[in-house]
Design a protein around this ligand. Sequence first.
Ligand SMILES: Cc1cc2nc3c(=O)[nH]c(=O)nc-3n(C[C@H](O)[C@H](O)[C@H](O)COP(=O)(O)OP(=O)(O)OC[C@H]3O[C@@H](n4cnc5c(N)ncnc54)[C@H](O)[C@@H]3O)c2cc1C
Length: 318
Amino acid sequence: MPILTFPRRIAVIGAGISGLSCAQALKHAGLRVNVYEKSRGLGGRLATRRPFGRDHPLGVDHGAPYAQADQPSIQDELAALGALWDEPQLPQNAIVGVPGMSDLARPLAEGLEVTTGTEIESIARGDDDTLLRDVTGGVHGPFDAVAVAVPAPQVGRLLGADPTGLADAVMAPCWTLLLAFEERLETDLVVAKPEEGPFELLVRNSAKADRSDTYDAGVGHCRPDWSAEHLVEEKEAMAAKLLEAFRQTFGGEPPAPSYCAAHRWRYARVVKPAGSAYWLSADGALGCCGDWRLGALAGDAHRSGAMLGRAMAQKLPG
Ligand SMILES: Cc1cc2nc3c(=O)[nH]c(=O)nc-3n(C[C@H](O)[C@H](O)[C@H](O)COP(=O)(O)OP(=O)(O)OC[C@H]3O[C@@H](n4cnc5c(N)ncnc54)[C@H](O)[C@@H]3O)c2cc1C
């Protein structure tokens, strides 16, 4: 009698670029993959907010303003997902999602089962399989293996242990000011790096490829040390404070924004990576990946996720 076999079932926690790259590698190897994401959308820190609603053409990229990679092969893979932002003030390899940064990750979700709005709280490993429990008490699984693709400080909460390198990774926060205008501003500004004040980088979103040319939008990313000092402040108070800092940086009286908000990234950029591309348990049933394994770039997250997916698939033949 023929023996029936079923593909191994793997859960990936986190639908940022590392989680989606990991999931694609697992799927490519013939494994069945379910991705769980706590936010409503995909992309993680490749993030785009729609301040005037989903149907409005204006989006504000409030996470990574562009994505980069150190390795030419990863750079090519990112370029295939988005468009090159050819701007003299930026690094030569700046890739943007079209029409928003979150769209850079979207093609990686194609063909995957992704459950959004589901924050996984714990991982329960049994003798033969593993269950996930979300913050509402919902149980998901059973799974043969779980890949955790979230920022380093959040990995510890899920794995309840110190996977190799976790304690070595350091991530810095970032307060970000989001501004949107219902008119086109009369300015040539694309990117600015003020020498003083809270902002490290100001980016005009509307200068990127395929953005609305009726409206204007921009972000100001604050310096890591300034962000850390002000980390616990209220978002509303921070938005007012940063808007005032923005006005002081440029002088004059810029038009009042139609939308002004502050976003707190508790874990924005990797300052010190763990140093290896991923961690995988000896039996291949538990692993973690993310930019924090390799470096501060979106390309590092993409590479880490794909490498974990391939390594896990090798240990867990379908
Ligand atoms: C302000 C800022 C500026 C940046 N600038 C650049 C730049 O110039 N160039 C560059 O290349 N990169 C830049 N980056 C970094 C880049 O965005 C990241 O390296 C990359 O997006 C990280 O991807 P990731 O998948 O590792 O993590 P993330 O994108 O953080 O994805 C993790 C995902 O897991 C989800 N999650 C977390 N916990 C749970 C849970 N318990 N259950 C379910 N889901 C969970 C999160 O919601 C998130 O979607 C910047 C980032 C920020 C914030």
